[in-house]
Design a protein around this ligand. Structure first.
Ligand code: AMP
Length: 283
């Protein structure tokens, strides 16, 4: 695996590979890698000639300075994992490389409803930062495929919109959520949970399964209320539990064909998100 730290070197490498007719699969990450990230690398290796991962803790997407500071940085371990998995190139830039002085990188597009709800309602400025970094990384890497996890469901909707808006030729591939043994969605933030909390946090996935069991028998509003109560009864602080239309992120109705349950919950000072597709009728 080649580790490249500058935009210039990376672009020159990518140009050479593209001239050879190789397709590039790109997996952007914030580091602190786990099996969830590795599943994206594996999918990229299956369907792209060259797999490129990036590790960049993007300061513009953290709405709280303390969260940015606390974000785990485990470069050596991450690089070893990527190498073991057969990742071809790791892009590991400094903040100055990604955001050089004088270059306008903000993405001034209207996401409509997409960035106003769920995470957008609680993490002001978060998706502006996500759109900014992903657009910049896509401009640098011009990949054929971009692999992102369904774990960050709203993020995939934002990036799909961004790709469409700028008519980029990159294809977004949304990859399934990888979970721990008891069902908790893997996340770099899980490392900050005490072992007892980590086990108890299985209630989040259990609640998504509960919603899935009730979806044809009870109203979505009823399920949302019961789900919030379940999470609270387990001693956690839910921020939201919403059943939404997976296309436009508006509240789902009985007629909605693509229905997703999304949640955000505080476990002490650790904020976790998860989701489950309840219905996806493509007809
Ligand atoms: P992050 O480093 O948290 O920004 O995540 C990088 C990518 O990995 C994003 O596209 C995430 O959605 C994805 N990802 C994170 N956790 C998981 C998981 N448990 N299963 C699948 N993909 C994940």
């Amino acid at each position: 695996m080649r580790v490249i730290k500058t935009v210039e070197k990376l672009q020159s490498e990518i140009k050479t590979l593209q001239k050879q007719g190789k397709t590039i699969g790109f997996v952007p990450t914030l580091g602190a890698l786990h099996e969830g990230h590795m599943s994206l690398i594996r999918l990229s290796k299956k369907s792209s000639d060259v797999t490129l991962a990036s590790i960049f803790v993007n300061p513009t997407q953290f709405n709280q300075a303390s969260d940015l500071k606390k974000y785990p940085r485990t470069y050596k371990k991450d690089a070893d994992l990527l190498k073991k998995e057969g990742c071809d190139i790791l892009f590991y830039p400094s903040t100055e490389e990604v955001y050089p002085k004088g270059l306008k990188t903000e993405v001034a597009i209207d996401f409509g409803h997409l960035d106003k709800v769920l995470e957008g309602a609680f993490r002001s400025g978060h998706f502006e930062g996500v759109a900014q970094v992903v657009k910049r990384l896509l401009d640098i890497t011009t990949p054929d495929h971009l692999y992102m996890g369904q774990k960050d469901f709203q993020q995939t909707a934002i990036i799909a919109h961004l790709i469409e808006h700028f008519k980029l030729s990159t294809k977004l591939i949304i990859c399934p959520i990888i979970r721990e043994k008891h069902g908790l969605a893997m996340s770099s933030r899980n490392e900050r949970l005490k072992p007892s909390q980590r086990k108890k946090a299985a209630i989040l996935y259990e609640t998504l399964l509960y919603a899935n069991r009730l979806k044809n028998r009870k109203s979505y509003k009823y399920i949302e209320e019961k789900a919030l109560a379940r999470i609270e009864a387990a001693g956690f602080k839910p921020e939201y539990f919403k059943i939404i239309n997976g296309k436009n992120l508006r509240a789902a109705s009985a007629k909605t064909k693509y229905v997703v349950a999304c949640l955000a919950v505080w476990v002490d000072d650790v904020r976790l998100i998860d989701n489950k597709i309840l219905k996806r009728d493509l007809s």
